[in-house]
Design a protein around this ligand. Structure first.
Ligand code: ADP
Length: 397
């Protein structure tokens, strides 16, 4: 394996990892340590030969789980570690080599991502403890969207909240949107075009990209804004908070749980947050599932239409992530609701481009193109890590 980069995505009780080589044909060693701190803790994944593995970790901490992950690498020594860091605030417009200053800056943005950044930093700390000589790089989910102009990132709130407290729109899923937009540039024959990207997974966001730069996106201060998601509501009337507090006596924590964990596809359907399950139920005429899918698709179409006004020219739309890559019926319903874009969906290609396939799904009649691009956030994080260390080789020793 050529100079592999270990990519880590650390949550409060989990570590997702992947060992990414420069060779695209090399099977990727990847896996997940989960339920850390509890007796049920486990490490599962796929090794470099494509075989699945699973072993107990018995109450392991982040540091112990990290040691177990390094053992699993079976002599394949990473040359660097790339960490997914959710929030980089306004300070980080690109990846950064991790040192004390960068750690302090990530800590300083904790107020903006109270659940994610401390967990991401726990992973950084564990890796530094175990492998102090290994270069480590922070790749921020927000960085790709730092090119948004003020008209897109400012809320219509008093300026002091922005200046003194960083209240603005940041956007997330940056590594995914950056990866997909780079693939579109490489594949479409329309270099530096205007693209709309719909990342539809458990978390969902849209992004408008002009000449390789994010110019607007649907997520905001937090990943709650925008589209309907698995369990997140996306946009609601901001007056809802005061209404629930006054009329039902709900606390902030209760409202937060409602909007982040009990809403979205789950809340609308009363059944599940999983699109596969909802598609099955809708086929059996489950009214909640039918409504959830209808609202989901309408809100994606509405968001794409809204973002299109930032683009001088629309070269096409790309779908990615679990739903975007697999749910061809969802893609068709979204496209159907954008008739004024002149999109021509190729029904056969749409139905066939699932299960990790990459390809065009339009009739190729000269209008905006339609693409399915399987996302590769780990690959993008590894690439940014590699690039940063190549550009600053003296830092990398
Ligand atoms: P995450 O945001 O957690 O990475 P994913 O990108 O894996 O999530 O997307 C998960 C979503 O993708 C779920 O709603 C799941 O039902 C949906 N999905 C995965 N495969 C299919 C499929 N074949 N058909 C429809 N939906 C699918």
């Amino acid at each position: 394996m050529n100079d592999p980069i270990l990519v880590l995505n650390c949550g409060s009780s989990s570590i997702k990892f992947a060992l990414v080589s420069t060779s695209p044909d090399q099977p990727r060693l990847a896996g997940l340590a989960e339920r850390l701190g509890g007796e049920e803790a486990r490490l599962t994944g796929v090794d470099g030969a494509g075989h699945e593995f699973s072993c107990p970790l018995h109450g392991a901490s982040h540091t112990e789980a990290m040691a177990a992950i390094f053992e699993r690498l079976e002599g394949l020594h990473p040359v660097a570690v790339g960490h997914r860091i959710v929030h980089g605030g306004e300070q980080f417009t690109q990846a950064a080599r991790i040192d004390d200053v960068v750690v302090a800056a990530i800590k300083a943005t904790t107020a903006l991502a109270p659940l994610h950044n401390p967990a991401n930093l726990a992973g950084v700390k564990a890796t530094l403890e175990l492998f102090p000589d290994l270069p480590q790089v922070a790749v921020f989910d927000t960085a790709f969207h730092q090119t948004l102009p003020p008209r897109a990132y400012r809320y219509a709130l008093p300026e002091g909240l922005y200046r003194n407290h960083g209240i603005r729109r940041y956007g997330f899923h940056g590594s995914s949107h950056a990866y997909v937009s780079a693939r579109l540039d490489a594949l479409s024959g329309r270099l530096h075009g205007g693209w709309l990207i719909a990342h539809l997974g458990n978390g969902c966001s849209t992004c408008a990209v002009w000449q390789g730069h994010s110019v607007d996106t649907s997520m905001g201060l937090t990943p709650l804004e925008g589209l309907v998601m698995g369990t997140r509501s996306g946009d609601v009337d901001p007056g809802l908070h005061a209404h629930l507090a006054r009329q039902l006596g709900w606390s902030l924590e209760r409202i937060d749980t409602l909007l982040n964990k009990e809403s979205g596809l789950l809340g609308l359907s009363g059944l599940s947050n999983d699109m596969r399950r909802l598609e099955q139920a809708a086929a059996e005429h489950h009214a909640g599932a039918e409504l959830a899918i209808e609202v989901f698709c309408y809100r994606v179409a509405k968001s794409l239409a809204a973002l299109s006004c930032t683009l001088p020219r629309l070269d096409g739309i790309a779908f990615t992530a679990g739903i975007g890559e697999n749910a061809s019926a969802v893609r068709a319903r979204v496209i159907e609701q954008l008739p004024h874009f002149g999109l021509r969906l190729a029904a056969k290609a749409n139905a066939a481009t699932v299960g990790g396939r990459e390809g065009r799904i339009d009739l190729d009649q000269g209008g905006p193109q339609l693409w399915v691009i399987p996302t590769d956030e780990e690959g993008r994080i590894a690439e940014e890590t590699r690039q940063l260390l190549q550009e600053h080789p003296y830092d990398a020793t």
